[in-house]
Ligand binder design. Sequence first.
Ligand SMILES: [Zn+2]
Length: 308
Amino acid sequence: MPAASPSPRFGGARCLWHDAGMTTPPIPAATRPHPSTLITVAPTGAETTKDAFPALPTTIEELVETAVRCEAAGAAMIHLHIRDADHKPTLELSRLTEAVEAMRENTTLVIQLSTGGSVHDPLDQRLAVLDALPDSCSLTVGTTNFGDDVFLNPWPFVCDLYELSQEREVVPEFELFDLGQVAALHRLLALFGLPFGGRVHCDFVLGVPGGMPGTADALVAGVQGLPAAVTSWSATGIGRTSLDVAFAALSKGGHLRVGMEDTLTFARGVAVSHNEELVARAAQLAELAQRPAMSTDGARELLQIKAH
Ligand SMILES: [Zn+2]
């Protein structure tokens, strides 16, 4: 019997996997999967009350306990909203500084302070958040209807906050609630150049009533619209869209944000009892995607955080 001749279609012994890699067009930086996954935990937010959800971490002690456990479970960055002694959202500088210092003492997490505050905070107080010297700050690139409220981010405020972050050497995370904000990010970078450190990191917040829905389609549309300068992005889905968005983000090369700011339900009818549960599940998904959770050193390198 003559030996079977190599299939002319597949070129015999040539490796299909290798061929596929060789013929794929170059992938833009924003959708090229990083070998590991940055997991950000957003443990508190400004919307849920302590009365309604006692497991929500609101005191500095609870935030430290949460941060330590979440770091052990795979988080590399923490996105913080601070509460006062009555568990109400506050932007009081001494309280923010106390929280940043407590995080630095007890964890190696990248510390990101929200500049969104609550929907009722005045703009000048939101700028003053940078006085607490966090590693990173959120920077929402436009105004969004937020349920019955309005999350106000007028263009001059966005520009002022961006310039201040450059001056204070704080790395911004551009928060994107809809496609208009993706377009505004192009404008912002064109006007003011790159952030401190030279990397551009975004976070899609999907599923807010008033913003883009928490679907894979919406996320893909957002990612496709990102400026070429974007070097990394994460995504979070509000409420029950959390898992849909997490799977879509991983398959599209993105990173993950999870936490009780965004979802209070672990599964149908099962409340989240600790932020660690959400981080551990995100780390599990990242492992399955063969992009395991990133270390805190890896996150500092990815985002080019200033050494403190
Ligand atoms: Zn937030």
